[in-house]
Design a protein around this ligand. Structure first.
Ligand SMILES: Cc1ncc(COP(=O)(O)O)c(C=O)c1O
Length: 374
């Protein structure tokens, strides 16, 4: 199977361990096992008591009942038999595309997005039509354009909250997208890995899974729950899709690790505490970023509404690759070039990591910008 290079992953793999200030990370500042236990009101003895008698076979193939019930509880209408776990959201997305997409299918992808949602369906022989969010309109989705593009589509794929822009679809937009998909009898693949850390309001906005019956919703422990080390994601879908996903999953997953399953269940059973911590981080850190953007004449942006990332537009006569490479070489600050999202003149920042690293990295970026002259 031929597939395009995954540009953001290649860039991250190359640089994330070789920079001083990582402002490219998309997870909310990861927690240690001890911090997870503290947030859950447990201690290491409690965990040891759960782990010691655990017989390390393959475990529950589709994910333990305990974990799948805790995942289902993140939605209003989902039951645990609609949940199957996977190796991260990346594994979950991949399985869904393998299970549903055939050569000649039309897939509509709202972009910019995580490149998986374009490259994988293309590699499976689908035609992928991209509907781009409009930066001038605040990364707005043009619903008429989506409706046109969706004619004859088998699957619409939307990342909400969006990576890289940090845009969040309003409830009316969700309903309109569902209506467009409904007219085509199309599936919606909703990648919702950043759900739960909105900047405003209660912090968790609605899932497509609770709005539209032909939804496949993807979630993960990595981003909003800051537990990427568990490598645990999930698929929520109606039975016919779960069956197809399971058929493919038997060849590439079997099951996820039992220890990962247990730790994910503990975290999700204490989701309120985990998300309260993480919302405080994304909200506090965005205030830092916002203040910096306001003071930097060469930088402008659409303030993100949710998630962990934003696109910074820079005023400098160079490509986004040159900008990021020079910034890394001179100041050790890691951002992601917009070219990885087919959007030049911008760089992606991940602002949800350690606040001290964010502050120092932004200071070094200012020093770099000051060298660029008039
Ligand atoms: C939109 C989106 N989906 C999926 C993933 C993969 O996440 P996971 O760590 O759960 O595999 C990422 C990672 O950056 C992402 O941004």
């Amino acid at each position: 199977m031929r597939i395009a290079d995954f540009r953001v992953e290649i860039w991250m793999n190359r640089w994330e361990t070789r920079c001083r200030y990582n402002l490219a990370e998309t997870c909310v500042d990861s927690v240690t096992v001890a911090e997870l236990l503290a947030l859950a009101g447990l201690d290491t003895a409690d965990l040891a008591a759960e782990l010691a008698p655990m017989r390390l076979g393959y475990g529950a193939i589709e994910g333990s009942d305990r974990l799948r019930a805790a995942i289902a509880a993140r939605y209003d209408t989902v039951t645990q038999d609609q949940v199957i776990v996977a190796h991260g959201a990346i594994g979950a997305n991949h399985l869904v595309y393998e299970a549903l997409v055939e050569p000649g299918d039309l897939v509509v992808s709202v972009t910019p997005t995580y490149q998986q949602h374009v490259a994988v369906p293309e590699s499976l022989g689908a035609t992928v039509r991209q509907v781009r969010l409009d930066e001038a309109g605040g990364w707005r989705l043009d619903l008429d354009e989506l409706a046109d593009a969706a004619r004859g589509a088998k699957l619409l794929t939307v990342t909400n909250p969006n990576n890289p822009t940090g845009a969040l679809l309003a409830p009316d937009d969700l309903a309109a997208i569902a209506a467009i998909a409904g007219r085509e009898d199309a599936w919606i693949l909703a990648d919702e890995v950043y759900r739960g850390i909105d900047q405003d309001g209660p912090g968790t906005s609605p899932s497509f899974a609770d709005l539209y019956p032909r939804t496949i919703a993807i979630g993960s422990m990595s981003k909003a729950f800051s537990l990427a080390g568990l490598r645990l994601g999930w698929v929520i879908a109606p039975p016919e899709v779960l069956e197809a996903v399971s058929r493919h999953r038997d060849y590439s997953v079997i099951s996820v690790g039992m220890v990962d399953d247990l730790l994910a269940a503990i975290a999700l059973e204490h989701a309120d505490a985990m998300l309260a911590r993480n919302r405080a981080i994304v909200r506090g850190n965005l205030a830092i970023l916002d203040g910096w953007v306001a003071e930097e004449p060469r930088i402008s942006y659409v303030r993100p509404a949710a998630g962990t990332t934003a696109l910074l537009r820079f005023d400098a006569p160079m490509s986004s690759d040159a900008f990021c490479t020079r910034l890394l070489e001179t100041e050790g600050v890691l951002l992601v070039p917009g070219s990885a999202f087919d959007t030049d003149g911008v760089v992606r920042i991940g602002y949800a990591n350690d606040a001290a690293v964010l502050t120092a990295g932004l200071e070094r970026t200012s020093a770099f910008l000051a060298t660029l002259g008039a």
